[in-house]
Design a protein around this ligand. Structure first.
Ligand code: NAD
Length: 736
């Protein structure tokens, strides 16, 4: 048979080398053609007496990025179409379609010939499951092995749950599966998930050596008398372990993620059965989780949409690609130093400018600190650190900006200072170079007034800490050109972050929604909800931190400044509320600014924090927790953010549903299981969402009043994805 994605070559010792190298892709992924060809390859190896065993390796730098999840999206679409006319046949087709890979791997495992996986670099999802189905694994030092399926609402459904738990320690195995963590070679070897670590070039030879030395083609769990490494589920040890595992699952997920829930089911039930039945149980739960709206939404936002945004779905098509060689950064503070680090990591030369040399040097030292940490963890070398530092020139001299392709300002959030640095930079910059502001709140159009070239002026809003946060919000001023947008997007792609593009407005998208979350927490305090209950409601709703905690992080004095400025702007029209009192009491009377002065809604001692016992002094004695419905509090916190997003969408600051969803998850951690702020509304249905907003308006105030767009959509039961389907230009589909 001729293979498109693989090559097979058998040497004189009868050892076959199967090289996986998909044409026109930068990364090997599992799609339908790969599954069919793998199946045929296994038959070929098993059926050919001249072949004694096989090595599976990759022809690319990495082994595999995992499955192309658009394949599952297709399966799901068919299921929903068929379900109306023949639900039984639809369910059967989904079950069989979604276990094809699992069956192929089981065939490999039981075909009678030994297979060794030779794994270099990244090995994710279905790629990891393929390696685990083989009879041995040799990996290189650059291994990054993971089963990240839970992160997109699924779980490893091609034998991953069963094989991991039969190969390794229970606690480590469960953590690996539930957290979707990536393992490096030494950890993977310690966990017995790999057998040998060697240099990249020696992988195939090492795998063949293993085969020659003799590898049992029958796995331990397929032999009589097999004992699980952690003992039986129903045993004294099992009674210690499994109830605790269940409790940890609840603590970590608040039962919001069906993928994690069914993963646990699959493990606990599967471990009580022989392998073939166990895999069947895993497949049943996998088909079940696929049908949940959470999985569909997470696959859509965190896989499909994110991939499209990463490939610059919003880039103007007629613009030529830009190679960004040199970037200038004004302000070497908290943000500027972080931007310098991530840009230098992408191989870009950096000019880092501050008011004095000491401040500029301090910004550069941030890169040194981050690299020292990486070296300590074995993830970078001294040589890499030196090379990176050599890319950054810390200076006070604006002339150094003369040959920059892009200049990003990250000076204090002060109009006058921003104006001064814009003028100084533009005086020396190339006429075609782009100037970007990292402002968090100031409208870009107004900042562009300081520019002589407003077409070349744009907002590039990073999140802190810059090296960890994957989102970048690009803001278009009124006169920003397509070329400026294209260059900004090319830069964001180069530094491997995910861009969203929004139109100009105060607070843009993310900051504006985040503020509503904090505000709702404060309103709850004013309603007499106990502070601990508010914080728990936030976390149980799926937010990374409670709203009071977030208020402390953002800084309460900043919130007070914003409230005071709004009050000044609106004059008599401003309606004073309980929020003003709480902030005034906290900030003006008690100087409790939040984390920054170790006093806010929490008291901070080093890394420890605890709720400030004096909160009732500010808010009055809270009512009893029993007088509030926790489900309603959770909804209040999510509905408020989703509603604000719908308003921003109506105002056309946001124009793409994918950006609303992906931006909300990556930018401020909006309940990832929902698929994002607009998917949250779609999941509930616009009629139900509008009803809930009306109910909350009656009960909690006019801030919950649904906007016109939502009311119109609710009338016709329209969804955001139905009414505003995202436009995707032809993007090349590769790495999954
Ligand atoms: P910061 O105070 O840590 O750093 C600002 C730096 O600008 C300081 O090093 C200061 O010396 C320098 N600076 C001031 N005036 C200057 C001048 N005339 N010329 C050159 N350098 C000058 O502040 P930050 O937190 O890094 O914030 C910078 C910008 O990024 C602000 O606009 C802020 O709103 C925005 N931002 C901040 C965050 C955040 O979480 N901190 C997030 C997104 C955006």
């Amino acid at each position: 048979m001729n293979y498109k994605n693989f090559a097979i070559e058998t040497d004189t010792d009868g050892l076959a080398l199967i090289t996986w190298d998909m044409p026109e892709k930068s990364m090997n992924v599992i799609d339908l053609s790969v599954m069919d060809e793998l199946d045929a390859l296994i038959d070929e190896v098993a059926g050919n007496d001249a072949i004694k065993g096989a090595v599976i390796a990759s022809g690319k730098a990495a082994f595999s990025g995992g499955a192309d999840l658009t394949m599952l999206e297709g399966l799901l679409k068919d299921f929903h179409i068929k379900r109306g006319s023949d639900p039984e046949a639809a369910a059967k087709a989904l079950f069989e379609g979604s276990r094809k890979l699992s069956l192929a791997y089981r065939k490999l495992e039981t075909c009678g010939k030994p297979f060794v996986a030779a794994v270099a670099g990244t090995c994710m999802g279905g790629g990891t499951e393929l390696a685990l189905a083989c009879h041995a694994r040799v990996v290189d030092e650059g291994l990054k092995m993971g089963l990240p399926e839970v992160k997109v609402g699924l779980f490893p459904g091609a034998g991953g749950t069963q094989r991991v738990m039969r190969m390794t320690d229970g606690q480590q195995g469960m953590q690996f599966l539930l957290q979707g963590r990536t393992l490096r070679a030494p950890q993977a070897q310690k966990m017995k998930l790999v057998d040998e670590v060697t240099g990249t070039r020696k992988l195939v030879a090492a795998a063949k050596k293993m085969l020659k030395a003799g590898i049992d083609p029958v796995k331990e769990w397929d032999k009589k008398g097999y004992k699980l490494p952690n003992g039986k589920i129903y045993s004294p040890a099992g009674f210690q372990f499994w109830p605790a595992a269940n409790a940890i699952y609840r603590r970590e997920t608040h039962d919001n993620y069906p993928g994690a829930r069914y993963l646990l089911h699959s493990v606990v039930e599967g471990l009580q059965l022989p392998m073939d039945l166990a895999l069947q149980v895993e497949s049943r739960y996998f088909a079940k989780v696929l049908q949940t709206p959470e999985a569909a939404n997470m696959i859509r936002s965190l896989f499909v949409s994110m991939q499209e945004l990463n490939k610059l779905a919003r880039r103007p098509l007629d613009q030529r690609p830009n190679k960004i060689k040199k970037v200038g950064i004004l302000g070497a503070g908290f943000m500027g130093a972080g931007i310098a680090y991530v840009s230098a990591q992408a191989g870009i030369d950096i000019v880092l400018i501050d008011r004095d040399q000491e401040a500029a040097d301090k910004g550069e030292a941030h890169t040194e600190e981050l690299m020292n940490k990486a070296i300590k963890r074995g993830r970078a070398s001294e040589d890499q650190k030196e090379k990176l530092l050599a890319k950054i020139v810390a200076t006070t001299d604006y002339d150094a900006l003369a040959d920059c392709d892009l200049v990003i300002e990250a000076v204090f959030e002060d109009r006058d200072i921003k104006k001064t640095v814009t003028e100084k930079a533009e005086a020396v910059m190339k006429s075609r170079a782009i100037f970007a502001s990292n402002t968090s709140t100031l409208p870009i159009t107004s900042l562009a007034q300081a520019s002589k070239r407003p077409k070349n002026f744009i907002g590039i809003h990073f999140f802190s800490p810059v090296d960890k946060m994957m989102l970048v919000e690009v803001i278009l001023g009124k006169r920003t050109s397509d070329r400026a947008l294209a260059l900004a997007l090319d830069y964001i792609k180069a530094i491997k972050k995910t861009p969203i593009v929004v139109n100009d407005s105060r607070g843009f998208y993310t900051s504006r929604v985040v503020m509503t979350y904090i505000r709702e927490g404060l309103m709850m305090l004013a309603d007499g909800v106990p502070a601990a209950m508010i914080e728990n409601a936030g976390k149980m709703a799926g937010m990374p931190v409670g709203p009071l905690s977030l208020g402390d992080e953002v800084a309460l004095d900043l919130a007070w400044k914003i409230v005071s400025a709004t009050r000044k702007d609106l004059g008599v029209k401003y309606v004073e509320g309980p929020l003003d009192n709480i902030l005034e009491e906290m900030v003006v009377k008690r100087e409790r600014f939040g984390r920054k002065n170790a006093k806010g809604f929490y008291d901070y001692k080093g890394k420890e924090k605890s709720l400030w016992p004096g909160i009732p002094e500010v808010t009055g004695q809270p009512k009893s927790a029993e007088s509030f419905n926790i489900e309603e509090l959770k909804q209040r916190l999510l509905v408020m953010q989703a509603l604000e997003t719908a308003r921003i969408f109506e105002e056309k600051c946001l124009t793409d549903v994918r950006e609303a969803d992906v931006g909300s998850i990556l930018g401020f951690g909006f309940a990832p299981y929902s698929g994002g702020t607009l998917s949250y509304i779609d999941m509930m249905g616009t009629p139900a969402f509008v009803e809930l907003c009306k109910k909350f308006t009656r009960k909690w105030g006019p801030r919950f009043k649904p906007n016109k767009l939502l009311r119109d959509m609710a009338k016709d039961n329209q969804s955001f994805y139905g009414r505003f389907p995202p436009k995707t230009p032809q993007l090349d589909k590769d790495a999954a």
